[in-house]
Design a protein around this ligand. Structure first.
Ligand SMILES: Nc1ncnc2c1ncn2[C@@H]1O[C@H](COP(=O)(O)OP(=O)(O)OP(=O)(O)O)[C@@H](O)[C@H]1O
Ligand SMILES: [Mg+2]
Length: 349
């Protein structure tokens, strides 16, 4: 668990320390006070990146580096990021080391723009799946970045009309695609085995939740089917100027008793599915990494009724969880006596 975090020139924090407890830590403050920034700091020292932006933007305005320090599971960790040199310096127990797999702390993040499944884009859903795979299997991030680079190259050729030179890029795309598809389908199968059980704790019945991977390419023999599509459709792609088929176009659909959730679910039900997904994510992550994961829940309570709030709080009250809220009444009436409350109200700097 995190004992504390110290922030230097990080976002709106000049120099601040927050002391945490095991279990649920509630960060409370008005809009713009720095709640999400604090979650972002915890994320950043755990994953060495941000979930919102590039590291440059995390440095406090008019300064040129940020420092985050923490003690996690009896280990001191310090991350310094410098804008000019674009370098990350990392210290483990005061010793400068390069960041390795063991320094990654598994994180399950719940953010407002993933609340409403009707509004979540396919791109967001694909990144959610890809990011979960990366946390389990860090080498997958190379596969994804190689795929993106290859796609960029292929699109450049399409834009220039150099369709004669496409073949080697088609092959590369197909190879990488198969790897991406295999990983995505595996993790979706795992999620599907667990998510309904989680959801039923919220709804008290036996509704079935499933994720379905949808592609224009036949999923059996994805890479050879993709190659055929790329070879057959390059003229159309040349007109449009980018690649129309592949894992970057695939869709992930949420099914509620085998119907697409888009059509009929209420906001609260929608959010319960997302919460079930996050609880499932944590279970899988902990299973595969053999480490305990940290929950970061940004603005968890809005649009959840009292029952669902209690259900979620019961299910996350293990290891360590960080929840942000603006709801002072809720904290005073229901949560103050049970959890560690961290009030913040940063003045604008
Ligand atoms: N690099 C930076 N330097 C200084 N201030 C920054 C920087 N980045 C963001 N801020 C400031 O941080 C504040 C927002 O913090 P944050 O997003 O954490 O708010 P919040 O408490 O989560 O608010 P809400 O309840 O609306 O979600 C803004 O006032 C913003 O101007
Ligand atoms: Mg916020």
């Amino acid at each position: 668990m995190f004992e504390y975090i110290k922030l230097n020139n990080f976002r709106n924090y000049q120099e601040d320390v927050f002391v945490f407890k095991k279990g649920i830590n509630i960060i409370i403050g008005p809009n713009g006070s720095g709640k999400t920034n604090l979650l972002e700091a915890i994320y950043c020292i755990s994953r060495f990146s941000s979930f919102r932006t590039k590291l440059d933007n995390l440095i406090r305005n008019k300064t040129n580096k940020f420092i985050l320090s923490t003690e996690y599971n009896n280990q001191q960790k310090t991350l310094i990021y410098n804008k000019e040199s674009k370098t990350k310096q990392y210290y483990r127990n005061q010793k400068k080391v390069s960041i390795s797999k063991q320094d990654q702390i598994p994180i399950v993040l719940f953010e407002p723009n993933f609340f409403n499944l009707n509004l979540v884009s396919n791109e967001q859903k694909r990144s959610f799946i890809d990011d979960l795979i990366i946390q389990i299997k860090p080498s997958y991030s190379k596969t994804i970045s190689q795929y993106k680079k290859t796609l960029l190259q292929r699109n450049k050729l399409l834009k220039k009309g150099q369709t004669k030179d496409l073949f080697p890029w088609n092959i590369k795309i197909c190879q990488l695609s198969q790897e991406i598809i295999n990983n995505r389908l595996d993790i979706i199968t795992e999620i599907n085995q667990k998510i309904s059980k989680r959801y039923n704790k919220f709804s008290n019945n036996f509704d079935k939740i499933n994720l379905k991977y949808k592609s224009l390419i036949n999923l059996e023999n994805y890479s050879s089917n993709l190659l055929k599509q790329l070879e057959n459709n390059f003229l159309q792609e040349k007109i449009i100027g980018h690649t129309l088929f592949g894992p970057h176009k695939d869709e992930i659909v949420f099914l509620f008793n085998n119907n697409n959730v888009k059509s009929f679910l209420s906001q609260g039900e929608n959010r319960s599915i997302v919460l079930s997904l996050k609880l499932t994510e944590k279970e899988i992550l902990e299973d595969k990494t053999n480490k305990l994961a940290i929950f970061l829940f940004d603005d968890l309570f809005s649009e959840l009724d009292g029952n669902r709030r209690t259900t979620i709080l019961k299910q996350i009250d293990i290891n360590q969880t960080f929840i942000t809220t603006t709801d002072v009444d809720l904290v005073i009436n229901n949560l103050q006596s049970k959890f560690n409350i961290l009030p913040i109200n940063k003045k604008k700097l």
